[in-house]
Design a binder for this molecule. Structure first.
Ligand code: DAH
Length: 339
């Protein structure tokens, strides 16, 4: 009897140990401890056991039952632990995985270029000022020494609102507003939108941006203009940038010039970027015309000034090597994302 019990127990235990899931464990439980289970059968055969041996056999059967039950319980706990572990594993968050960054906006190339220009001039003590986009003919032309019938008026393809109100064709109009304030000296830059009835193409748009500059003080000379703009060019396009000034004509400056910078692609040797020239035109400039000062009651014998004006888009196109101005206005996110 003892051997039989030991055999049943050891078989049961090894089956329990080898079981792979909860259902199998239940099957084993039924097979040994159930109504028709092997151990139950043994219990049933107790009637054949001699009366004096019964307590001992009974104890043995109970012990066998307990050891099987305990092993089943232990195995069950193992299973539960395993299930829990797997669940935890599945639910863990790997905090080292890279997150999904929210999409944030980009600065427009115009804006980046504008901030660069502003930073440079603010660093030299200039103030950033603004003026109106809808302007009297007077501020846009007359006060800048461009009288009625002056050919420069036709050159600028003006949008007229009434016969004496225009969309400003140049930020030079802000020079007049600034002088009108009556405070000297002046050191200002004035960025802003200007309008000309131009057809849209790779280098033209009916609305674009300019940055105007004006300095008025005592003892201002062309050397100050050159020094200032040469310094600007270095800061904007790189320390090795050289500048050259070509005589030009603007009604509101005398003398007037256009400033070129040495090509920052080829360093001046000539390349596709500068169309073989080695130089790239950047801005117009000059000494403020005495008539412009006089119209604002500034005595040209006491005060002199220099002025300059540049196209913002032109600077942005050059700086970022963009070959079509229209890209700056289309606001295609795939284009803008690159800056
Ligand atoms: N206003 C001129 C234009 O739109 C640019 C310019 C040239 C501005 C010379 C200036 C200057 O202040 O001195 O073409």
């Amino acid at each position: 009897m003892k051997d039989k019990l030991n055999k049943i127990v050891s078989e049961a235990l090894s089956q329990i140990d080898g079981s792979e899931h909860l259902e199998k464990l239940n099957e084993i439980k039924v097979a040994y401890l159930g109504k028709k289970g092997e151990l139950t059968q043994v219990l049933k055969s107790m009637k054949d056991v001699a009366a004096e041996d019964r307590p001992k056999v009974g104890q043995m059967v109970n012990e066998a039952r307990t050891s099987i039950e305990e092993r089943i319980e232990k195995k069950k706990k193992d299973f539960e632990k395993k299930v829990l572990e797997e669940k935890i594993k599945k639910e863990t968050i790997d905090v080292t995985l890279p997150g999904k960054a929210p999409v944030i906006g980009h600065k427009h190339p115009n804006q980046i270029a504008l901030e660069d220009v502003e930073d440079i001039f603010v660093g030299m003590g200039y103030q950033v000022v603004e003026g109106p986009e809808v302007e009297y003919d007077y501020y846009n032309f007359e006060a800048l020494n461009i009288p009625a019938n002056h050919p420069a008026k036709d050159e600028q393809d003006t949008f007229y609102i009434t016969s004496d109100i225009v969309l400003r064709t140049q930020t030079s109009s802000v020079q007049v507003h600034e002088m009108e304030k009556g405070k000297l000296p002046i050191r200002m830059i004035a960025p802003g939108r200007v309008f000309r009835s131009d057809e849209v193409d790779a280098t033209h748009s009916p609305s674009f941006n300019q940055i105007e500059g004006l300095v008025i003080d005592k003892n201002v000379t062309f050397a100050d203009l050159k020094g200032t703009l040469a310094e600007f060019a270095k800061k904007m396009f790189g320390e090795d940038t050289k500048v050259r000034f070509r005589p030009h004509h603007f009604p509101f400056t005398e003398p007037s010039a256009e400033m070129d910078v040495s090509c920052f692609k080829c360093g001046g040797k000539g390349c596709r970027f500068c169309k073989g020239e080695g130089w790239i035109e950047i801005l117009g400039c000059g000494m403020v015309h005495p008539r412009v000062l006089e119209m604002r009651d500034i005595d040209p014998d006491k005060y002199q000034g220099f002025a300059f004006g540049m196209g913002l888009e032109r600077i942005a196109l050059l700086k970022y090597e963009i070959d079509d101005m229209r890209l700056l206005y289309e606001n295609d996110i795939r284009f803008l994302e690159q800056f």
